[in-house]
Design a protein around this ligand. Sequence first.
Ligand SMILES: Nc1ncnc2c1ncn2[C@@H]1O[C@H](COP(=O)(O)OP(=O)(O)OP(=O)(O)O)[C@@H](O)[C@H]1O
Ligand SMILES: [Mg+2]
Length: 489
Amino acid sequence: MAQPTALIIEANRDAQEAMAAALKDHGYPVLTASTASEGLALLTSLRPQIVLLDLDLPGTDTFELLGQMRVEGGDAAVLGLSRVQEPHFVVRAMRAGATDFVPKPSTAAALQGAVRAALARVEPTPMPDLGASAAAEADRFWPDLDLLFKNSEKMRAVENIVRRAADTNATIIIQGESGTGKEMVAKAVHFISDRRDKPFLKVNCASLPGELLESELFGHEKGAFTGAHRRKPGKFELAHRGTFMLDEIGEMPLGLQAKLLHVLQDGKFFRVGGTELIDTDVRLIAASNRDLAALVAAGQFREDLYYRLNVVTIVVPPLRDRSEEIPLLVSHFLRKFCLQYEREAPRISPETMGLLREYAWPGNVRELENMIKRLVVLQNEALIRDEIILRRSRGPVGAPQHPRSSHPAVPTPQPQAPPTILDTSLGLKEIAKRAAMEAEKTVLKEVLDRVRWNRAEAARLLKISYKALLYKITAAGLDAKGDRLGQRN
Ligand SMILES: Nc1ncnc2c1ncn2[C@@H]1O[C@H](COP(=O)(O)OP(=O)(O)OP(=O)(O)O)[C@@H](O)[C@H]1O
Ligand SMILES: [Mg+2]
């Protein structure tokens, strides 16, 4: 059998090279990365079996990164390496998801030994090829159904529908504002259904351009397009006998909607560039934070597909309509983040709890979760209180004062003070171009912050395509604004 591939994530070039040499000596193919984002990209695209992660990576919350790797990295073993060797640090690393810990600096022999031991521990039971990759991509997260369903009348009503629909194969549409828990509800359907031992897979239709989305859904054959170096099964195939969630389905291009409709009607499809008809048995759940019926009316979503999908509709209510859940969610997130960050639970005064309960939470449970995370990390209740008051005064992101409008207004760029010293050597054209770029950046940033970096929503507000938005974010240097791990999942 081929040697497992190792991924080294280490900022220091010399250390990186020494580690790579030690592993190559023992025949492991080695990939290297110097930053967290580079490492994550290699982890998800090339699926190495073992990762050696420098826990001292500058500017990175490596504990959070470890958690992310657990989710994205399938069964990969992750060795944490650090100069810090206090027991509580090591314990934290293991809790966050490290398979083992290696003190730095380490000798080649120690490293080789640790890699061998970690691989032996996670050595998977042999599975057929497709099954193995499905297992690697599947989400094994088991939702806490009591926390999700038992704490408000509105969510008990949702549970009712979930339980009735779960054991049928009915296609489900889940609608609800961003961050309300649509994905959690989808997972609840899966775990209540008798498909629970099979994969739960998800694709976000807003995250990929059309051709790549098609290949992500249906797979492709080797050579189907430039860059298709080998055959790749699609998620429809990998989710066989399990549940497949199509998130942000409102963003799916019309052409692909037609193909999806055919697949739903026949239960069969071709991989991109393929001739073999693939049979698949999946339970489909489509989710959207946009009103699909309105998209149909606007001609942006196929009516026939909408009716084919819409066997059961579940609407997840916004958090402000079930605010009795807030204290319980707060305790849950406090527990979760205190454990994760090994902090004492901060006290929350009745006044702050009152603010938390009354605030309209336009970003719903996700916004609350992030707020509590900040409280645990900063241990400063006053900051949280000020932040809620500020957010409240800044007005709604489509929620409290205008409960019917789900679309926040696009800010008009505020007139900027002219630059004090005009560099006339640039010429009028260049000056105008730069000013326009600055103004564009201001608006981009403002809109992205308002919609909590929901890029699909931002693109819609700005009336540009999703792809154009991604391009503009990069051009404006906004994606380099630090590590946004954990903001979105
Ligand atoms: N009842 C709950 N208990 C605990 N955590 C929750 C609950 N509901 C939502 N969350 C958390 O809130 C965040 C948002 O939930 P989820 O991703 O399911 O929402 P969503 O509606 O799919 O959001 P989006 O539209 O942005 O994709 C997640 O981190 C999730 O774990
Ligand atoms: Mg979601």
